[in-house]
Each structure stands twice: as structure tokens, then as C-alpha cells.
Write a protein that binds this ligand. Sequence first.
Ligand code: ADP
Length: 334
Amino acid sequence: HSAVDPWPEPEERAAEAALRPSTLEEFEGQPRVSDQLGLVLSAAKHRGTTPDHVLLSGPPGLGKTTLAMIIASEMGVPLHITSGPAIQHPGDLAAILSGLVEGEVLFLDEIHRMSRPAEEMLYLAMEDFRVDVVVGKGPGATAIPIEIPAFTLVGATTRVGLLPSPLRDRFGFTGNLDFYEVDDLQSIVTRSSAMLGVGLDEASAHEIASRSRGTPRIANRLLRRVRDYAQVNNQGRVDLALTRAALELYEVDPLGLDRLDRAVLEAICTKFGGGPVGLSTLAISVAEEAETVQEVAEPFLVRLGFLMRTPRGRVATEAGWRHLGLTPPSSGDN
Ligand code: ADP
């Protein structure tokens, strides 16, 4: 497991839960989404209704689950958490919906991975707070309408483009979460270190923030790894030199690239002459799933300006070559 994988490791769920901000006030960064969502919630409180359905999009680890929890706690209602892959039959969804209490927030992670029939049931539920349960088979089948409590759906997806537009259109508010600025990540790391009782100086917090690929989940994880390293090697004391040594041990480079990122970039440059190379060929050459290359390594390499996606495939940029200490072919340096 890479230290900068944006998906949660199963054993870190509890550690993560302990660091979750519980109000919008404590939620760092993402000022646009935070302000707009605050308005949606205040308006709903004012009217005494449930807030509009909320769609949150963005890469893993940026705070979608956290925001769903904040919405429920700010509205003073319970939260039910489920995910697209868990809902394959419309019956699964009907059971969840009819079990909600009035006003409850339903968090549906990876909403783009729900089955088609379940998705169609969701349309009606979102619009009319009603589901049609089909009873019987063949010509004798009848749809029985069932009223469900008013609820707020918070859907999350890593890529909003994967959602069919009839589903997208049924959300009253869409928040697109973006990678965090280093300053915001530094505040998150500093807050987390106080909660964990780790004495962290500003330079170390900044160093962790800079290597966290714009992702709070990674920032909190690197902080925990640095803490462990300090406990074993330095009686718990953290300083910049120790932070760097720890992150080097975990193979996170100064820009936050890990082994896979470097492997991908290196493969493009050294095996495919800088590209273009197709995703599946590239994935095979680094012995990784195409999905992982596409969703984990690439967005970050693109963001750093090290890689470009072109219609003909992936291409390493001049900056990409240079980051690996290689000379780009067209640069005329040699
Ligand atoms: P997602 O659902 O998008 O994968 P999570 O909501 O589970 O991400 O967040 C991952 C971790 O990062 C959690 O421990 C959470 O506390 C922390 N986190 C995310 N966003 C913020 C933020 N804006 N401020 C503080 N901590 C955050």
C-alpha cells in the first residue's frame, strides 16, 4: 500500500473518524463549496424544510463523507451511509428509503456505480418522496406506490461526468471539491496534530502538507506515519529533519509523488519515448490496474503538469522528464 493512496485503508477508518470536523466552521478550505452549502442549510432551517439534495464530486479523500456528516449534524438529523455498489436491486434501495426517519440524510457514496433499475427508483424518490414497488411478474405485475419520509440525498462521485443527466438534474446543489491548497492542508495537519497530541512545528506541518497531493486524507495519514516514526526514533519529538526522513522512508517524494507515479512517468519517458501511449499499455508496463493508473496516478501527474492526456494517448511533458532527472528529447540541451 502506498502512503499517498487517496482511498482509505480499512484499518485507518477509526483514526480518520476521530479527526473529522463536525461543523462547517471547522471544515478547512473549499471556501466556495463551504459558503454555498452553508447557505443551502440556513435557507432550509429558515423554511423548516429538508435541504435540497446535494451532489458532491471530486477525487477521493477531499471531504465528501465529512460534508455529508456535517450536513446531518448541522440539521440535527440522523445520517444513513450507503454506497452505489451496495445497491444492486431496486428492492435494496426501497428497503433503505422506507426505513429512513423524517428529515434524515442519506449519504450515497459512489452513486455512479448504482444499478440502472435502482437509479430509476431513486428519481421518483428524490422528486416525490415515493417509490413504486413492483409486485408480481409478467402481465399481472403491478406497481404499488409507497410513501417515504422526506429526506436529503447526499450523493458523492469521483467523476460527475459519469452520472446520467436525469440524475444530475435532480440535485438542487452541486459542490465540486477541488484539491486543497498547501496552506489549507497545513491548517488541517496542525489541527489534527493538536487532537493527536503530537507536538508539530510549523516547518514540519508545511512539509507534510506539501507532500500530501492536495488531499486531507493523505495529509492526516502522513502525519500519523511521522508520529510513529518519531516515537520509534526520536522519543516522539518531531522536527523538519525527522519529518523528511520519515517521508523518505515511506517513499513520498518532495512533491508528493510515490512509487507508482514515478513508475508511470518513467515508463512513458523511457519505454515509450515520451508517448503518446495508451492507458492499457501503460498500465500493463507498470503492472498496475488501468483504473488505478487513471484515477490515482494520472490526475496528480496532470495537475503537476508532468503528463498530458491527448486523444492519441498519454504524453510526458518537459517538466515531467526533468522531474525524473532526464533530458527531454526535443529540448536541445544535448
Ligand atoms: P471522501 O469522502 O471525499 O473520500 P472524507 O470525508 O472521508 O473524504 O475525508 C477524509 C479525511 O480527511 C477525514 O479524516 C477527514 O476528517 C479529513 N478531511 C477532509 N476534508 C477536510 C477538511 N476540509 N478539513 C479538515 N479535515 C478534512
